[in-house]
Write a protein that binds this ligand. Structure first.
Ligand SMILES: [Zn+2]
Ligand SMILES: [Zn+2]
Length: 352
């Protein structure tokens, strides 16, 4: 029998351990995918810790709904190895990206196509075993997305960082028709966002980051202007450059400072979408929602439909490729350690 080799979480706040079990046989509509690439994401660190930091010494426990040993990893690309008797439309050997944000299929969110928001979900690498492994079991072929001619590592990264940026920016489309959007924070997701914003919006976005080298990289990648939010005159400079403020802002950082900056430069009727999870408390006079007719919206990954859309955008050649460093699966813990220490530029993707 084929063995399923995994780098598993066997205890919280402890290094991953190799565990080996018999490979599951796909039943009914299930598909067994041999993992060829799996991206390493910041949220894997939180899952390994068992909590998210909310700022101000507060944490959010995320250990519920997961039995150990558990396999992390939600940015998966691979090839179909075996299909269940009812898994139609997919054949062994097919190269696919795996949409990981799989819901129960029965709740109101799932019925509306928002499986990413399902509260009794089976999100791969979060509440069902994920891709730091030789194989992953996917409940239905509809979660598999053809990605040729993209690189498999890029296709994998699209399932979380790409999808998150795409879903956030799609929520700003109408607002971005009125003027350049502002993107705050140019890490991996933010740089992907810059590329997606250039494809989706009529004007190139403006950007803000406290790191001068990231501002420079964004200007090289087509940002219309770059601002340092730590500069006390930055708010005024953005207002001046945009003729009174932006209608669309995306906060890829998700800290008190980044959201204060993003909302501080909104024009009347403006909207800020938050995807970042850095943490921190946010306060604003309630009257500002009214006086500025302001919207602040959070978004969490994206829907299956949006995953197909962002892959289609990438396949059409409209997205710039992220810097990706490939490392063998056996180095998963070292990759997590590097990510935690801030030693990573772009994305780390594990290879089989
Ligand atoms: Zn992720
Ligand atoms: Zn559901």
């Amino acid at each position: 029998m084929t063995k399923l080799r995994r780098l598993s979480l066997t205890a919280y706040e402890a290094p991953l351990c190799e565990t080996i079990v018999d490979c599951p046989q796909p039943q009914s509509s299930e598909v067994l995918v041999r993992v060829e690439r799996c991206g390493v994401c910041h949220s894997d660190l939180h899952m390994q810790d068992g909590y998210f930091t909310l700022g101000g010494g507060k944490t959010l426990d995320v250990r519920a709904g997961r039995t150990l040993p558990f396999t992390l990893g939600h940015e998966i690309a691979g090839s179909v190895e075996q299909v269940g008797p009812d898994a139609a439309g997919v054949a062994p050997g097919a190269k696919v990206a795996v949409y990981p944000w799989i819901g129960c299929g029965a709740c109101a969110a799932c019925k509306a196509g928002e499986e990413n928001l399902c509260s009794t979900n089976r999100h791969l690498g979060v509440s069902a075993d994920g891709g730091f492994a030789s194989h992953v079991l996917v409940p239905h072929p509809r979660y598999l997305i053809d990605y040729a001619p993209l690189q498999p590592s890029f296709a994998a990264a699209l399932m979380c960082s790409g999808l998150t940026a795409y879903s956030a920016l799609k929520r700003l489309r109408e607002h971005a028709a009125r003027g350049p959007a502002l993107l705050v924070g140019l890490g991996g997701v933010g740089m992907m966002g810059l590329s997606i914003a250039r494809a989706l919006f009529p004007q190139p976005p403006i950007v803000a980051d406290i790191d001068a080298s990231k501002r420079e990289a964004a200007l090289q990648a087509g940002a219309a202007a770059a601002f340092d939010p730590a500069d006390k005159d930055a708010r005024k400079a953005v207002l001046k450059a945009t003729g009174g403020g932006v209608y669309a802002a995306c906060d890829f950082v998700g800290s008190d400072k980044s959201l204060a900056f993003a909302t501080g430069v909104l024009a009347k009727g403006g909207k800020a979408v938050v995807t970042g999870l850095l943490g921190g408390p946010f306060a604003t006079p309630v009257a500002m929602f009214v006086l500025k007719a302001m919207t602040i919206e959070g978004t969490l990954t994206g829907t299956l439909q949006e995953a197909r859309e962002v892959v289609a955008l990438a396949r059409a050649g409209t997205l710039a490729i992220l810097p990706i460093r490939e490392r063998p699966l056996a180095e998963a813990q070292a990759a997590l350690d590097d990510l935690r220490a801030g030693r990573v530029v772009g994305r780390i993707v594990l290879t089989a």
